[in-house]
Design a protein around this ligand. Sequence first.
Ligand SMILES: Nc1ncnc2c1ncn2[C@@H]1O[C@H](COP(=O)(O)OP(=O)(O)O)[C@@H](O)[C@H]1O
Ligand SMILES: [Mg+2]
Length: 298
Amino acid sequence: MTSPDPRSAPAGAQKASAGPVLALRDATLGFGSRTLWSGLDLTVSAGEFIAVIGANGSGKTSLLKVILGQQRLTGGTATFLGAPLRRGNRRIGYIPQQKLADDGTPLRARDLVGLGISGHRFGVPLPSAARRRHVADLLESVGATRYADAPISSLSGGEQQRLRVGQALAGDPRLLLCDEPLLSLDLNYQRTVSELIDAQRRARDLGVLFVTHDINPILDMVDRVLYLANGRFRIGTPDEVLQSSVLSSLYGSPVDVIRTRGRVIVVGTPDGSHGHPDAAGDTAHHDAPPAADRQAER
Ligand SMILES: Nc1ncnc2c1ncn2[C@@H]1O[C@H](COP(=O)(O)OP(=O)(O)O)[C@@H](O)[C@H]1O
Ligand SMILES: [Mg+2]
């Protein structure tokens, strides 16, 4: 596993000012007659790592879209660095939920990271020296220098996710939104990508909202969990939220939380929103990287 070089944190990185990075107050989001969640109070401080868990359709991606200013709250208020949310804020980094590139995309690794800087599509003009240096710094901070010139379609899933983290960091964000960034990665890459994001949040004092269906790969990194279910939610430390009594009350039906070998297994959720005993081993067949990549990732 490659640890990002602490020296590669951006020169301008600084501790955020006192207030929260993000604050939602009594926030409600609905579409038509359907309420996804309501009464949501959530503050994210600088350097805080929050996992967002919930079934498909519980409104996790929509929450990120609200924060990105792409979706309006139905009720309540939301501020980022004390100001109302707006679209296109460069201080919010975003790793969208997305499939990995598997076809003949002509982009090289450094081009993908560069998209975070230019915001442009293919065919951007020749980069300036400063821009090239910025891309090189980002590549280094996510441990991707080695394959900077490789076509992204030739890279493993874990390598591609490193690049997308680099792209999301291009605007020197204060808040990083990650939408299921571990999806379709094998267990080894789930760990290295999680550790990369965790290292960057520490180096840059970033607030992180990390959407995941399985908390286990990030259990020891997470400060708090936001658990969405049934249009309701619970927020607290993993120990506070991931309890049989708490989740049973959230779901309104019996749910068991089992801790075994350092893993949390949630059994009996009506929506199957969380890891189950099979989940530990069944991701390995997705996007298993070639042996050479696995070695390089260490
Ligand atoms: N713009 C929209 N208009 C209407 N319904 C939407 C819109 N965006 C999302 N939804 C619905 O809201 C629900 C939650 O979606 P989403 O936030 O993507 O859930 P999750 O990410 O938790 O799986 C889904 O049922 C989805 O179809
Ligand atoms: Mg989603």
